[in-house]
Write a protein that binds this ligand. Structure first.
Ligand SMILES: [Zn+2]
Length: 176
């Protein structure tokens, strides 16, 4: 078992930028590193990779890694500051991906108190359709929403803990 953590965006692509100039790529990296250390501490093989130039690098690294789970961490953004909540995307047709997404979504809403926007099947996302391992993409919360920006910046450990708990549950259910 090996967990591949991909904090979203990076390099010249900062992703969503909040009204306070907080970048999605930075928040995702902080949560990703917290998760990486929780996995390392508990003996779970794990790697972290954030793109430098282009998102094609992500699947290339993942394909070399022999990972058994792929987790991409993002923050959401919308023009409406009212938009809020957590959602988890998975590759449509992947049974394991869907199972992981369901567990992940439950842990995230339970731990962070963010609203449940549900799990969503997607076929068009490179990180879901070009990765070998069961893959999910977590849209943790909205950086464009003031309340959720506060949570993401001041309590990133909540998100890392939720993801860590979901991985443990997934493993307990003998899915990896
Ligand atoms: Zn993103």
């Amino acid at each position: 078992m090996k967990i591949f953590i991909n904090p979203g965006h990076g390099g010249s692509d900062p992703g969503v930028c909040s009204r306070h100039n907080v970048f999605e790529s930075d928040v995702a990296l902080i949560i990703g590193k917290m998760l990486l250390n929780r996995l390392k501490l508990n003996g779970y093989p794990a790697v972290l990779f954030q793109q430098k130039e282009h998102y094609f690098e992500i699947s290339k690294e993942e394909n070399k890694s022999n990972a058994t789970l792929f987790i991409s961490i993002h923050c959401n953004g919308a023009t409406s500051t009212a938009a809020h909540g957590v959602e988890t995307l998975y590759y449509d047709g992947s049974k394991k991906g869907k199972q992981l997404a369901e567990i992940m979504q439950q842990q995230l809403i339970k731990t962070t108190g963010c609203a449940d926007r549900g799990i969503k099947p997607r076929t068009d996302l490179h990180v879901l359709n070009r990765t070998n391992a069961p893959a999910i993409l977590i849209e943790t919360a909205f950086l464009s929403n003031e309340n959720e920006e506060q949570k993401l910046v001041m309590q990133p450990e909540m998100f890392a803990n939720a993801i860590w708990d979901a991985i443990k549950i997934y493993k307990t259910q003998n899915l990896i």
